[in-house]
Write a protein of this length. Structure first.
Length: 420
């Protein structure tokens, strides 16, 4: 079965009608650039009717007419198929890639982000056909992302998303391998050193957090749990009370596959975490199985979805602080301190210092790992606790300087004049 594709238009103008020697119109035949063409409507495998310009053999009108009649017979016998046009980026994404993405098994949050990234590409160049996309088109859109204020890391995430679409187009045969995305350079991302927060700074944040929102007590418990366990903030939300075995001293993270690696891991409960869990157990609500149940769960036992709003409010909360005992009052005009009963309340626009106004959940995980390193715990053990699958390589790269400082302090304690 033969396929036909429309020839490209040349510089000789449009198609002209063809007349025979008796000046009668030859229906379906056209002339262009000294060559003859047939304008035929063909049906593809899906039943779609497509019009195609098909070149006719022979340099004379009689030979062209003879070839045209053969093509009509082949069409009648369904031996002719048109070459379908390459779909537009928007059409391919919506009809082919999006269903594959939703059935890929990726987490819903990951799929949601990837859809958002691809939609930006579709808005920028969705009307371009796949076989017409060039590397210059992709580079131009990435420059536009920079103009919109997107960071280099975010642009790289967008590039990952469109690469997946174009790889699928290669697999489907719409564009030749390796595709227009091959060879595009990733944006260089500046590596910024993350702030290391001390235990005193975390204590101050938790003290403000407990008073900043309606459910501040639960938010404080959540922050303390992250500080003492090193869990990722999403992993901690789905931990049940049965996952915290205080008798064995084992905390199971991701028991139902909710961890980043989709595998459960065992964390040895340290004394501070054990004490915190015991205090939380005393305040545990009897109608829930979760460490951090949703305040709006109603009759359904579900865990909290996020504490992001509580984090934002705590970072920006204003109020007064006592000059004598450092007691904190949220948004009050009373000059008398409720703790020491002295007129020593000092007005503050922000209760948290500038450094803590950049505080986030990952800083608590960073704090836990830092404390472990400075306590002399080996990197492999820390990696197992926090869910790194590299055996401690990343911890060595990021936190190695803390281990050096710890070893230097230990070296100062070496004595050679010990009395026998």
């Amino acid at each position: 079965m033969k396929r036909y594709e429309s020839p490209r238009k040349g510089s000789s103008g449009g198609y002209l009608k063809v007349f025979d020697s008796r000046k009668r119109r030859v229906r379906g035949m056209w002339e262009r650039g000294g060559k003859y063409f047939a304008n035929m409507t063909l049906t593809d495998e899906l039943g779609n009717k497509l019009t195609r310009w098909m070149p006719l053999e022979g340099g004379s009108i009689d030979l062209a007419r003879s070839h045209y009649r053969k093509l009509l017979v082949q069409r009648q016998e369904e031996q002719l198929l048109p070459v379908s046009l390459s779909p537009k980026l928007r059409e391919f994404y919506q009809s082919t890639h999006l269903p594959l993405l939703r059935g890929s098994g990726k987490r819903p949050a990951t799929i949601k982000k990837e859809i958002r990234y691809i939609n930006r590409w579709v808005d920028a160049m969705g009307s371009v056909r796949l076989n017409k996309i060039r590397p210059s088109h992709l580079s131009k859109v990435m420059v536009g992302f920079t103009t919109q204020g997107l960071s280099s890391r975010t642009i790289n995430l967008h590039l990952i998303a469109i690469r997946q679409v174009l790889k699928a187009a290669v697999r489907e045969g719409f564009i030749p391998a390796p595709g227009p995305h091959a060879g595009l350079e990733w944006r260089k991302v500046d590596q910024k050193e993350r702030d290391l927060y001390t235990s005193q700074e975390v204590d101050l944040f938790c003290e403000i957090a407990a008073k900043a929102t309606k459910h501040g007590a639960q938010f404080k418990d959540y922050c303390r749990f992250l500080q003492y366990s090193g869990c990722r903030f999403k992993e901690a939300l789905s931990i049940r009370w049965k996952d915290a075995d205080l008798g064995l001293g084992i905390l199971t993270v991701g028991a139902q596959g909710e961890s980043k690696s989709r595998k459960p891991r065992k964390v040895n409960i340290n004394p501070r975490l054990e004490k915190h869990l015991e205090e939380m157990r005393m305040r545990r609500q009897p109608d829930t199985q979760w460490l951090f149940p949703s305040p709006r769960r109603g009759d359904e036992d579900i865990h909290s979805k996020s504490f992001q709003s509580a984090m934002r409010i705590t970072r920006e909360i204003s109020g007064n602080i006592c000059r004598l005992c450092q007691h904190v009052e949220i948004q009050t005009t009373n000059p008398i301190c409720l703790e020491c009963n002295q007129p020593s309340m000092e007005s503050k626009t922000q209760l948290l210092p500038e450094k803590l106004r950049r505080f986030n959940f990952h800083d608590l995980r960073h704090h836990f790992i830092s404390m472990c390193v400075m306590s002399g715990i080996d990197f492999m053990t820390i990696a197992q606790w926090v869910g790194h699958v590299d055996g401690g390589v990343l911890i060595g790269k990021v936190y190695g300087h803390l281990a050096n400082e710890h070893r230097q302090r230990m070296a100062q304690r070496v004595k050679f004049n010990v009395e026998r």
